[in-house]
Design a protein around this ligand. Structure first.
Ligand code: PHE
Length: 356
């Protein structure tokens, strides 16, 4: 009895071992093809040599029970043939590859060194930094069309027909109905119209104005629009958010000031200045000895705009701002000529390789 159990146990272990050896062979055959002669040889040794896996399988085969012999016999013969066949194919492939290498006189398997890595554009670096700051404060990023109709670029934003305010921005018209957007404020309108409240968005994008190209102006540039609409939002909230932005972006000692200004879609409207981060406010040639740098337009969304976009101004209020990305980037990296951003000169762009 004890012997019979022992026998069974013995058969059972051989069975398990056979299965595990077969599995090892199958895995080895699935492994990536050898790339060198040495790798091919170690494949052969491990699989087909006398002491290799296949040899061991045939060794074990003698120990399995009669019943299992039938089961394994055909299987391991097939495995052996397949393994030998695979070895032959791999050998042929490798030899032809190596011959090809000799033919062309180079080794295509060598790693590629010293491929110059690209760098992110300075405007993109600044844009991403600005985005991160607002995202941390709970803003989400929105997008909108660059080809825009009159309603979203002007009318909904309280620019009446033939109002002189429309002349503030020289527009590239596409036809009677469409123009290239002159600011990212069109995205404000689209988000407000979508009807979801409260709103806390920033919208970065390219804008177009028909201006003569110079060191300080271009016919297209980038803005980041911000819009926050909720119940009971005040100008103090706006000031606090903009101060937070200035400190995160320019450093913890940054100060801000709001100067009264005019935009048709905000009331009251302001220009925001940040204390000059180069001279700390003492006055230098960058801030033109004023101690302040103008960086954005902002204000409380005009109730007429809320109404035009389907929001009840008796319940909701909010603020908006628009930051010029080129302007901030020029200040941050001391870029003197705006045109350098768009000339794709590697000598300029590669200076930003390790930043960010
Ligand atoms: N759209 C304005 C501009 O292009 C900037 C702005 C945005 C001002 C939002 C106030 C509020 O100059």
């Amino acid at each position: 009895m004890a012997n019979a159990t022992l026998g069974l146990f013995f058969f059972w272990t051989s069975f398990v071992e056979m299965e595990s050896l077969i599995k090892q062979v199958e895995e080895l055959m699935k492994a990536p093809a050898p790339k060198t002669k040495d790798e091919l040889e170690s494949f052969r040794l491990r699989l087909l040599s006398k002491k290799g896996l296949i040899g061991e399988i045939f060794e074990r085969f003698r120990e399995v029970s009669g019943e299992d012999k039938k089961k394994f016999g055909a299987r391991i013969n097939q495995l052996k043939t397949a393994a030998e066949e695979q070895y032959r194919t791999l050998k042929e492939e490798l030899e032809s590859q190596l011959n090809a290498v000799e033919d062309v006189g180079m080794d295509p398997t060598l790693p590629l060194n010293n491929l110059p890595a690209g760098s992110r554009h300075p405007l993109k670096l600044v844009l991403e930094e600005m985005q991160d700051i607002f995202i941390r404060a709970g803003f989400v990023v929105k997008d909108g069309p660059e080809i825009e109709d009159d309603w979203h670029n002007f009318s909904a934003l309280n620019f009446p027909e033939d109002h002189p305010a429309r002349d503030m921005q020289d527009t590239f018209f596409i036809d009677d109905d469409f123009a290239l957007r002159t600011h990212t404020s069109n995205i404000q309108v689209r988000v407000m119209e979508s009807g979801e409240l409260p709103i806390r968005i920033i919208a970065p994008g390219r804008v177009y104005r028909n201006e003569a190209v110079s060191a300080r102006a271009n016919c297209f540039f980038h803005q980041v629009e911000g819009l926050y609409i909720d119940k009971g939002v005040s100008m103090a909230d706006m000031k606090q958010m903009l101060l937070y932005f200035a400190r995160e972006f320019f450093g913890k000692d940054a100060k801000i000031r709001l100067r009264p200004s005019y935009f048709p879609f905000t009331e009251p409207s302001a220009e925001m200045d940040v204390s000059c981060f180069l001279c700390g406010g003492k006055g230098c040639n960058v801030c033109k000895y004023t101690g302040w740098l103008e960086i954005m337009g902002c204000g409380m969304v005009d109730p007429a705009v809320l109404e035009a976009c389907g929001i009840d101004p008796k319940i909701y209020s909010g603020y908006a701002f628009g930051i010029g990305v080129e302007r901030i980037t020029m200040l941050k990296y001391d870029v003197k000529d705006l045109r350098t951003f768009f000339e794709n000169d590697i000598r300029f762009l590669s200076q930003f390789r390790s930043i960010g």
